[in-house]
Design a protein around this ligand. Structure first.
Ligand SMILES: C[S@@+](CC[C@H](N)C(=O)[O-])C[C@H]1O[C@@H](n2cnc3c(N)ncnc32)[C@H](O)[C@@H]1O
Length: 304
């Protein structure tokens, strides 16, 4: 329980910091706002911005959205709400509720929603472990690259199961390790030496995660490896993860220097830079060893 709360505090801090600078919002030429995910590269997709929009549409497709059904959808770990706002624009009769831990993200999501004149979205600061929604409240839930932020993936699935209506669908798109085996040396390095590692990327394999879905009672579990069904290249995958680690570690080290180091001499600044560089290289090496893949998982809550 305490571990979850500590992890949530860290995540909240990271995303508040990431979105403290509104220039970080990715926008394409149509001034369309994009979130913070890898995107979905299919044939004909030329760049990351197109891939990100394509991912939003892919989420809609996996959820089985159409304009005829009135639905309530949860965006679990919504970031600045880009996917919900995109889909809400396309399906005005569907209500999208996004939850995240970071107030800065909510502030931006609300700003973007106004900017786009979208009225069928709502953003709340809540945890996906304990959402506070009534049981069987949502028709569908989706989580785009948010499950990888948490080590307690079973607890996440348990809460999602509770708030889904019978027959409701869950869609998860995220990074998972391909294989179960994990060398104990690497494990020790990840969990003991790099105690600060905030993103437990690849801490479980896709097979273990499938098993968790099964245990929590989900049926019709379908898994697609987006590296083979789509056109995502390892270059995109590793480029995206490594640049995210870089941006996050760099922002982290700058905040630490500003907040925790009293003696702001050049030597101390240089020391911090060295520490950042070593940690960054180590995280990248551990990432390569963990061999993450990029998957979509869809499953359905049993209809009784
Ligand atoms: C990589 S971002 C993805 C954001 C968004 N889905 C997108 O694609 O742009 C991960 C998001 O998960 C959220 N998150 C992580 N742990 C969470 C938790 N326990 N409860 C709610 N949101 C959480 C973070 O605050 C962040 O917004």
């Amino acid at each position: 329980m305490k571990k979850n709360i500590d992890n949530e505090k860290k995540i909240k801090k990271i995303y508040n910091r990431l979105w403290s600078d509104t220039n970080r919002i990715h926008r394409n030429d149509d001034n369309l706002v994009l979130g913070w995910h890898l995107g979905f590269y299919e044939k004909g997709i030329k760049n990351q911005k197109e891939a990100m929009i394509n991912m939003n549409n892919f989420v809609g497709k996996l959820l089985g959205l159409n304009s005829e059904n009135l639905m309530k959808i949860l965006d679990a770990g919504c970031g600045v709400g880009a996917t919900s706002i995109h889909l809400a624009n396309k399906y005005p009769d569907i209500t999208f509720i996004g939850i995240t831990l970071a107030p800065n993200e909510i502030e931006l999501a609300e700003k973007l929603q106004k900017e786009k004149n979208v009225e069928n979205t709502k953003f709340l600061q809540r945890s996906f472990f304990d959402t506070g929604f009534p049981n069987e409240y949502f028709d569908c839930v989706f989580a785009l690259e948010s499950v990888s932020c948490t080590k307690n993936k079973k607890k996440f699935l348990n809460e999602m199961y509770k708030i889904l209506k019978p027959g409701g669908k869950i869609v998860i798109i995220d990074f998972f390790r391909k294989h179960d085996s994990f060398n104990s040396f690497v494990k020790n390095m990840r969990y003991n030496f790099l105690r600060e590692l905030e993103f437990p990327l690849g801490d479980v394999s896709i097979n273990t995660f499938k098993l968790y879905n099964d245990i929590e009672g989900f049926k019709n579990i379908n898994i697609y490896n987006l590296l083979t069904t789509g056109n995502v290249k390892y270059l995109h995958l590793y480029g995206f993860i490594i640049s995210s680690i870089f941006k996050n570690s760099y922002a982290n080290i700058q905040t630490q220097f500003k907040d925790n180091i009293k003696d702001k001499t050049i030597i101390n600044f240089f020391r911090m830079k060295c520490a950042f560089f070593i940690k960054f290289v180590l995280e990248c090496v551990l990432l390569l060893i963990a061999k993450p893949g990029y998957y979509s998982i869809t499953a359905v809550k049993n209809e009784i």
